[in-house]
Design a protein. Structure first.
Length: 279
């Protein structure tokens, strides 16, 4: 990994060594418990003086993000945006789909990049030379641009969900686990927009006696929670009938040492072999 300090410096160094064009890749929504995962890739002109407001999308106001979003669409050499629906996140796990969406975003660029910079972690399977940049959305312009494209796209999708499901407040929290969102989840139970594979969503579903309408890959944390509370049989009953037999595996207890902060079974795959589907 590379620790970047100069906003345009890393891209400029790669360009000067004949490794351009340089693409940045970033995601929005990996930490949410509702809504899609969105990943963007972006190629910028080196040192574009018009992008003076560009920075990490999380550090910008909504109005500033919208302005910069429109400017990126006009001035980028190339960009792509991949929307991974909640159904895919539930089926394969957030970590698996995050990596896959980053590969899809890079492949969707019309301009073939000579080098790819990803935010925070390496992405196996990229066919282009690449490296991860710690806090890249704050230190590398093309990654920051990708973060803006991804976040604005996802925020608009979540605001659209609010029209049909106003009681969850998606227009405000955008599907993240805020106090208000969790309170609404406990009161109303999950919707189709929620990620039923997540612990807090699965727990709310059990309390409301609700079943998912799609195959779900449970998080390790959800399995641990069910086992700790003695509700593993109830959890199986809630989820079992929604899973297609050809996609399901036996229910196993999570391996020792798996923490409650794993987002999905895929997140622990490097450390354990766990299957986490209910059959």
């Amino acid at each position: 990994m590379v620790r970047g300090d100069l906003f345009w410096g890393l891209q400029g160094a790669l360009d000067r060594r004949g490794l351009g064009p340089v693409a940045g890749v970033d995601e929005a929504g990996a930490g949410a418990c509702a809504g899609p995962l969105v990943v963007a890739a972006c190629v910028l002109k080196q040192g574009d003086a018009k992008l003076t407001e560009l920075t990490d999308s999380k550090l910008m106001t909504a109005k500033a993000r919208d302005r910069v979003y429109d400017l990126i669409l006009k001035r980028a050499v190339d960009y792509s945006v991949i929307v991974v629906p909640t159904e895919e996140v539930d089926l394969y796990g957030i970590r698996v789909m995050n990596l896959e969406a980053m590969r899809r975003a890079a492949a969707a660029l019309r301009v073939s990049p000579g080098y790819i910079l990803t935010d925070g972690f390496r992405v196996p399977g990229l066919t282009t030379p690449n490296t991860a940049v710690i806090k890249g959305d704050r230190s590398v312009a093309c990654i920051a641009a990708a973060s803006v494209l991804a976040k604005v796209t996802r925020d608009r999708i979540m605001a659209g969900y609010h029209d049909d499901l106003p009681h969850y407040g998606f227009d405000v929290h955008k599907g993240y686990s805020t106090t208000d969102h969790l309170a609404a989840l406990r009161e109303h139970g999950p919707s189709d927009v929620h990620r039923w594979s997540y612990t807090n969503v699965a727990t709310a579903a059990i309390k409301h006696g609700m079943r998912p309408a799609r195959p779900v890959l449970l998080t390790y944390a959800a399995l641990e929670k069910a086992i700790e509370t003695g509700a593993s049989a109830g959890l199986a009953a809630v989820l079992d009938e929604a899973l297609e037999p050809q996609l399901s595996l036996p229910l196993h207890a999570p391996a020792a040492g798996v923490g409650h902060n794993e987002r999905s079974a895929g997140g622990a795959a490097a450390r354990t072999r766990g299957g986490a589907r209910i059959s």
